[in-house]
Design a protein around this ligand. Structure first.
Ligand code: IFM
Length: 827
C-alpha cells in the first residue's frame, strides 16, 4: 500500500528507471547517491552515481570545431556496486516453497525462466519475477526487493536497504539480504568499489569530455576494508572512499573469499552457503572523505578508519532515523492527500540537497540537486525559489547559501571590472570559484547544431542574490549578517545596476540595455547583430528595488560600518544620491496597456500557437523546434517562462503597486490582471519554474487557473513532465517553490519588519496546511491553516510576543508560550 510517507515503484520498467533513480536518490546535504540498482553499471537504462556538494572539475573539449571549457559537478566512484549469482551445483528441492519471505509477502512466480544458472543477477535478468522499489521518506531509506526464479526451481529473494547517513555526513550503508526459497546451495557475492566512472549522465553532453577522476589507487586492508583514492583532474580535489563489507551469518571456514584490486577498482568475492531460513546478509558501509573537508587529513586514511569504526547496520539505521526525525520536526509541511504526499517528496529532496550539514560547507544551490548531471551541478538564480523555505525552516542553512555568494563577491567584482562595469556582476551559472560558468555554445538535440548561448546576459541573477539576502534578514533579524556580508552583497549589486543604467533624455528615464531576462527565448532583437534586449521590465524593476533596499539598509547600519562600506566600494554621498534618483526613474516599458516584457516586445510578431501545438503537441522547447526549422523565438511574442510575471512572485500586489508608484507609474489591479492574462497566452512553460510562478501569481489573483498551474508544478518531476529531464536530476527550484507556494503563497505568510504578515489566498484544492518555522529568533512557531481560520502557537521563550499583521492590516500578537486562533475574512 502506498502511504503518504512512502514512494514506490511496484514493477521494473527500464524506460523509466532513470527517473526512479533520480527520485529515489538518497543524500545528506554533503553527498548523495542516486537510487540505482546495486547490480547495475552505467548504460542506456541505469546510471549509478554519487555526487559531493561543491566538488567540481574543469575539462576542455572540442565541439563543432571549437574548444570549450566546462566545469562539472564530478561523478564520484560507485560505492554501492554488488554482483551475485547462484552457483550451479546447488541442492535443489523444487516445490519446497515458503508461503512468504521473511517479511511475509514473497510473491509466487512461474518457473519459466530459461537463462543458464550462474548468470550474474539483477533487474534486467530474465528470471526476475518480482521487483519493488520503496523509498521511505520518514526514515530516509531506500529498499529494493527482487525475486528471481530460474528454470531449475531456484527462487532467490534479494532485498537491498540503503541509507546515506543524515547524522554523519561522511557515511552511507547498504544491506543486502539474500533468501533461498526451496533450495539450498551456494551463492557468489562480489562487492565492488568502482572508481572507473565518467560524467556521462546527460546525452546532450556526450560530445564533451567527462573523465574527471585521475590518479587512482585502490586496495584492500588486511581486515577487509576496501579503499580507493583518486583526484579530480584540474581542481585537484583528493577523494578517499573506503568500504567495509561484511557477509553474515558465516563461519570463516564456510566462506571462500577472493580479493582483486586494479588501479581503479576493488572486488571482494565470497562464495557463501545459503539455505532455506538462513538468509545471507551482506553489508557495505562506506565512508567518503575529500581534501575539501576540515580539518584537513589524508582522505583515504580517514575513510578507512571511519568505515572501520562505523557501527553495525541496525545501529546506523537507528541514528540515521533519529536525525531524520529531527529534520522533519523542523522542515515538514503537512497538507492532505496526494498533494501532501508529493510535497513531502519535494521537501525530502530539498533537505537531502541542502540539509543542516550544508551550513558547514561552501556550496550553493545546485539547480538539479545532487541528483544528476544536468546543468553540470551549476548554481543559477533558482535559489530565489529555495531560500525562502530554508530561511523559515533552516535559517543557518539559508545563511550558508548566502555566504557561498558572499565568498564569491571578489569574483563578481572582477567580472564586473572586466566587463567595464562596476560593483558586482554575479555569474548566471556559478560553480566552484564564482566565475561565469555558462556555456558559450549549447547543442540543439533536434537539429544537431551547436549554437551560441547568450544566457550569461541574465544579470538579473544579482538582484536574486540581493532579494534573498533581504528576505533572510526579514525572516531572521540577523543584523550580524545584514550589516556585514548582507550589506556588502546588496550594495555591490546596487552599485552594478547604478553603473549599468544609462540616461535616455528622450524618455526622461534610466534604461538597462543589452540584457537577457528570465525568458531565455529572447536573447536578441530579430536580425540584430549583437545579443541582448533592452529594458527587460523584470530586470529594471528589480534593479530599482535593489537600489532602494540598499539605501534603506545603508541608513540602518552604524556610522563606522557605513564609512567602511563606502571606502570599500569606492563610493561617496553623491553616488548614493544618484541611487535614490535611479530608484525613482528607471524605465518600465508598456504596450497595449500591459507591462512590456522588454522594450519592443509588443512589436514582435504574434506566434501561431494553435498550428504549432497541433504539429508538435509538446511545444515547451519552442526554441529547439524553431531553430530546427531555421527560425527563432526572437521574432515572436512567445516566452519560455514567467518573466514579467516574476514580479508578482517576488512582490505582493500592494508592494508591487508601491514599487511602480515610486517609479512614477500607476499599477492597479486591472493593469496587473491584463498583464497576467497577456503573458499567460504567450508562454509555453519551457522551464519547470514557469508553472510554479503562474500558479503563485494566479493564486494571489484568485484566478480560476491557479490550481492548473500549481498542479503542473507539483507533478513536474514525479511525472517527468519535461519528458526525460528528471532522470538527469530533479528540478530543485520547482520542488522547493511548491513548498513555498503553500507556505508563503497560499497561507500568505510573509515575514516583515513590522511583524509577521499573514494574508491567505485560499485554494480549494489545498484547503489546509500546518508547519513549524522560525521567525526573528523564535524557533518552532506552529501555524495551522484551515478554511476560514488560522491558528498560531508560539513556544515559550524570553523573546516576547510575536506581532502579527492580519488581513486588512489588523494587528495582533501571540504571546510566547501562547496559542491563538483567528477567523479569516472570506475572499
Ligand atoms: O534557472 C533556470 C532558468 O530560469 C531556466 N532554465 C533552467 C535554469 C536552471 O534551473
Amino acid at each position: 500500500m502506498t502511504t503518504s510517507w512512502r514512494w514506490e515503484y511496484r514493477a521494473y520498467a527500464p524506460e523509466t528507471e532513470r527517473l526512479a533513480e533520480s527520485l529515489c536518490t538518497l543524500g545528506n546535504g554533503r553527498f548523495a547517491t542516486r537510487g540505482s540498482a546495486p547490480e547495475s553499471t552505467a548504460d542506456g537504462v541505469h546510471y549509478p552515481a554519487t555526487y559531493l556538494a561543491g566538488c567540481y572539475d574543469r575539462l576542455t573539449s572540442t565541439v563543432a570545431g571549437r574548444t570549450v571549457s566546462n566545469e562539472d559537478m564530478v561523478r564520484l566512484p560507485d560505492w554501492t556496486a554488488l554482483r551475485y549469482r547462484c552457483l550451479p551445483d546447488d541442492d535443489v528441492r523444487p516445490g519446497d516453497v515458503p508461503a512468504g519471505d521473511a517479511s511475509g509477502d514473497a510473491p509466487a512466480g512461474d518457473a519459466s525462466g530459461d537463462a543458464p544458472p550462474g548468470d550474474w543477477l539483477g533487474p534486467d535478468h530474465p528470471t526476475l519475477r518480482h521487483h519493488r522499489v520503496s523509498l521511505d521518506l520518514r526514515t530516509g531509506t531506500l529498499t529494493r526487493h527482487m525475486l528471481f526464479h530460474d528454470a531449475r526451481g531456484h527462487r532467490l529473494g534479494v532485498t537491498h536497504t540503503r541509507l546515506v547517513h543524515m547524522g554523519d555526513p561522511h557515511l552511507a550503508a547498504q544491506r543486502t539480504v539474500f533468501r533461498a526459497y526451496g533450495w539450498s546451495g551456494r551463492i557468489e557475492v562480489a562487492a565492488v568499489l568502482d572508481g572507473d566512472v565518467t560524467n556521462a549522465g546527460v546525452d546532450r553532453y556526450r560530445a564533451l569530455a567527462g573523465r574527471h577522476l585521475v590518479a587512482h589507487r585502490a586496495g584492500v586492508e588486511a581486515e577487509g576494508t576496501a579503499w580507493l583514492s583518486c583526484s579530480t583532474s584540474a581542481s585537484d580535489v583528493r577523494i578517499g572512499l573506503a568500504v567495509r563489507t561484511s557477509v553474515r551469518p558465516l563461519a570463516a571456514a564456510d566462506r571462500a573469499s577472493a580479493v582483486t584490486a586494479t588501479a581503479t577498482a576493488t572486488t571482494q568475492t565470497s562464495v557463501v552457503p545459503i539455505r532455506r531460513g538462513r538468509p545471507v546478509v551482506v553489508v557495505k558501509t562506506a565512508a567518503l572523505f575529500t581534501s575539501l573537508d576540515r580539518p584537513l587529513a589524508d582522505p583515504v586514511r580517514r575513510g578507512i578508519e571511519h568505515a572501520g569504526h562505523a557501527p553495525d547496520f541496525p545501529s546506523l539505521l537507528a541514528s540515521h532515523r533519529a536525525s531524520w526525525q529531527r529534520i522533519w520536526s523542523e522542515g515538514e509541511l503537512r497538507t492532505e492527500g496526494e498533494t501532501g504526499r508529493i510535497l513531502r517528496l519535494h521537501a525530502f529532496h530539498v533537505l537531502q540537497t541542502l540539509s543542516p550539514h550544508t551550513a558547514d560547507l561552501d556550496v550553493g544551490v545546485p539547480a538539479r540537486g545532487l541528483h544528476g548531471e544536468a546543468y553540470r551541478g551549476h548554481v543559477f538564480w533558482d535559489e530565489l525559489f529555495v531560500l525562502p523555505y530554508l530561511a523559515l525552516h533552516f535559517p543557518e542553512t539559508a545563511r550558508a547559501l548566502l555566504m557561498y555568494r558572499y565568498r564569491r563577491l571578489p569574483a563578481a567584482r572582477e567580472s564586473a571590472r572586466r566587463a567595464g562595469a562596476q560593483g558586482a556582476m554575479f555569474p548566471w551559472q556559478s560553480g566552484s570559484s564564482g566565475t561565469e560558468e555558462t556555456q558559450r555554445f549549447h547543442l540543439n538535440p533536434r537539429s544537431g547544431r551547436w549554437l551560441p548561448d547568450h544566457s550569461h546576459l541574465q544579470h538579473h541573477v544579482g538582484s536574486a542574490v540581493a532579494w534573498n539576502a533581504w528576505q533572510y534578514g526579514l525572516a531572521t533579524g540577523d543584523t550580524g549578517f545584514m550589516h556585514g556580508p548582507g550589506a556588502e552583497l546588496l550594495l555591490h549589486v546596487a552599485h552594478f545596476w547604478a553603473g549599468a543604467a544609462t540616461w535616455d533624455a528622450g524618455l526622461g528615464r534610466y534604461r538597462i540595455r543589452g540584457v537577457v531576462g528570465p525568458d531565455e527565448y529572447h536573447d536578441a532583437y530579430p536580425d540584430a547583430a549583437a545579443p541582448g534586449i533592452d529594458d527587460n521590465a523584470y530586470t529594471n524593476v528589480t534593479a530599482a528595488w535593489v537600489l532602494a533596499r540598499a539605501l534603506d539598509l545603508y541608513g540602518e547600519i552604524p556610522a563606522a560600518r557605513r564609512t567602511e562600506l563606502l571606502a570599500h566600494l569606492g563610493l561617496d554621498a553623491d553616488d548614493l544620491g544618484s541611487w535614490e534618483e535611479l530608484s525613482h526613474r528607471m524605465y518600465v516599458p508598456f504596450h497595449h496597456e500591459v507591462i512590456s516584457q522588454f522594450h519592443g516586445y509588443g512589436d514582435l510578431a504574434e506566434f501561431d500557437w494553435d498550428t504549432y501545438r497541433a504539429r508538435y503537441r509538446d511545444i515547451r522547447r519552442l526554441d529547439r523546434i524553431l531553430e530546427a526549422e531555421g527560425d527563432t523565438p526572437n521574432r515572436y511574442q512567445a516566452s519560455k517562462q514567467a518573466d514579467t510575471l516574476m514580479l508578482g512572485y517576488l512582490f505582493r500586489p500592494a508592494e508591487l503597486a508601491r514599487l511602480f508608484s515610486r517609479l512614477g507609474y500607476a499599477l492597479d489591479d486591472e493593469l496587473w490582471a491584463r498583464t497576467v492574462a497577456y503573458y499567460l497566452r504567450r508562454t509555453c512553460h519551457g522551464s519547470t519554474l514557469s508553472s510554479l510562478v503562474h500558479g503563485w501569481v494566479l493564486a494571489r489573483q484568485q484566478g480560476p487557473e491557479a490550481w492548473r498551474f500549481s498542479r503542473e508544478a507539483l507533478i513536474g518531476d514525479v511525472t517527468d513532465i519535461q519528458g526525460g529531464t528528471t532522470g538527469e536530476g530533479i528540478h530543485l527550484g520547482a520542488m522547493a517553490g511548491t513548498l513555498d507556494l503553500v507556505e508563503r503563497g497560499i497561507t500568505g505568510l510573509d515575514p516583515g519588519t513590522d511583524g509577521l504578515h499573514i494574508d491567505p489566498v485560499p485554494l480549494t484544492e489545498i484547503p489546509g496546511s500546518a508547519f513549524s518555522f522560525s521567525y526573528l529568533g523564535h524557533r518552532d512557531i506552529r501555524i495551522r491553516f484551515r478554511p476560514g481560520r488560522l491558528g498560531i502557537r508560539v513556544p515559550p521563550s524570553p523573546l516576547g510576543p510575536v506581532p502579527l499583521v492580519l488581513p486588512g492590516g489588523r494587528r495582533e500578537r501571540v504571546a510566547a508560550g501562547g496559542e491563538r486562533w483567528f477567523r479569516l475574512p472570506a475572499r
